[in-house]
Design a protein around this ligand. Structure first.
Ligand code: KG4
Ligand code: ZN
Length: 336
């Protein structure tokens, strides 16, 4: 069985094919980062137009790579939300049209569920139940996942998501978009002793996150030092990354305590952060817990996660009609 996955929720066009015996057999990604970089962030209309240009040729490409033709495809999955409405509509329209033409089912996938399932494609897959940490450009959430497709929200971001905070702080430091990898890179040379930034919402109980105060604290530090030299930038990047990573570590520990679960799964673009992975790895070892991370290349948006999530959805027998519906806002708990 072969399932095509199409991801177009933001600024990445991803198309992949998941095969039920061989795994991901073709995977193409086109990043629009250079298109948006001059604006310092994603411009929704430009994103939609570029998805229109890329999606169909990329479907041809993955079919060629996998040496398959349309008759070999059993279902087509697409990201139905959350994300930018215009961008989502491109993937949904292409998927529905092909599903109609090829007479196969189409499946609307929740983008964050797709991210979360990536840890299942690593060499060793996690068993349910587990705590999931979802950290991306739009989400910072802790979920208790006690069985497949069933989510209990433990904590959520009250304002900026972790990835969004990385992106905004990078802009303050004059670093390119996306900010996460750029900050992580210069933080390698920073002095961790020079600044200590706050760990927001860790002094009171609870599992919610808020990174907007940390962003303002960073801005105040930047303004107090301007003009910044390269060392200032590296030291600020180190202190900021350290504060985000430590805050997430504290909340993950609390989530494991609160639920009594002993498995942690991390996913989303920020899960590519090496400091975060190593800190959570250490936490897991200290607590005798298990941690599962997606392969580094599959942390950020991609079509493979949608293809795999589509394959799993297909097994549940869920089917949908040809009406094109996308959900720019879509709580994952509504999948239950
Ligand atoms: O999951 P993703 O590709 O897209 C969304 O669903 O939002 O995540 C993108 C986010 C961006 O904010 C980016 O700056 C962040 O993930 N990111 C990172 C790293 N790589 C990507 N943040 C910190 N460290 C990284 N290495
Ligand atoms: Zn994403």
């Amino acid at each position: 069985m072969n399932v095509i996955g199409i991801e177009t929720s933001c600024d990445e066009t991803g198309v992949a094919i998941y095969n039920d015996t061989q795994g991901i057999i073709a995977n193409h990604l086109y990043s629009q980062v250079y298109l948006h970089r001059q604006f310092g962030g994603v411009v929704p209309e430009l994103a939609s137009r570029d998805h229109i240009r890329r999606t169909l040729p990329m479907i041809d490409q993955v079919l060629q790579d996998a040496k398959l033709c349309s008759d070999d495809i059993n279902a087509i999955a697409y990201t139905a939300g959350p994300g930018l409405v215009g961008a989502l509509l491109v993937g949904a329209s292409v998927a529905k049209s092909l599903a109609y033409a090829w007479n196969i089912p189409s499946l609307g996938i929740h983008h964050m569920e797709g991210h979360m399932l990536m840890a299942h494609l690593a060499e060793e897959a996690p068993d349910y139940p587990f705590v999931a940490l979802l950290v991306s450009g739009g989400h910072t959430q802790l979920m208790a996942c006690r069985k497949p497709h069933h989510y209990e929200l433990l904590g959520d971001s009250q304002d900026d998501a972790a990835g969004e905070a990385f992106d905004k702080v990078a802009k303050m430091l004059g670093l390119p978009y996306p900010g996460g990898p750029a900050i992580a890179e210069i933080a390698r040379n920073g002095d961790p002793e020079r600044f200590t930034f706050p760990r927001p919402m860790t002094n009171k109980p609870g599992l919610n996150f808020s990174f907007s105060g940390l962003k303002t604290f960073t801005l105040n530090t930047v303004q107090s030092l301007e003009p910044l030299n390269e060392k200032d930038k590296a030291d600020i990047a180190t202190a900021f990354q350290e504060a985000v990573v430590d805050t997430i570590r504290i909340k993950c520990e609390r989530a494991l305590d609160q639920t009594g679960l002993d498995t942690l799964v991390i996913a989303g673009g920020v899960s590519a952060n090496v400091e975060l992975r190593s800190r959570l790895d250490k936490l897991a070892r200290q607590r005798n817990c298990r941690i599962f991370c997606p392969p580094l290349s599959l942390c950020t948006d991609n079509g493979a996660m949608i293809a795999y999530a589509g394959y799993l959805r297909l097994q549940t027998g869920i089917s949908e009609g040809l009406a094109i519906n996308v959900r720019p806002r879509w709580p994952m708990t509504e999948l239950n």
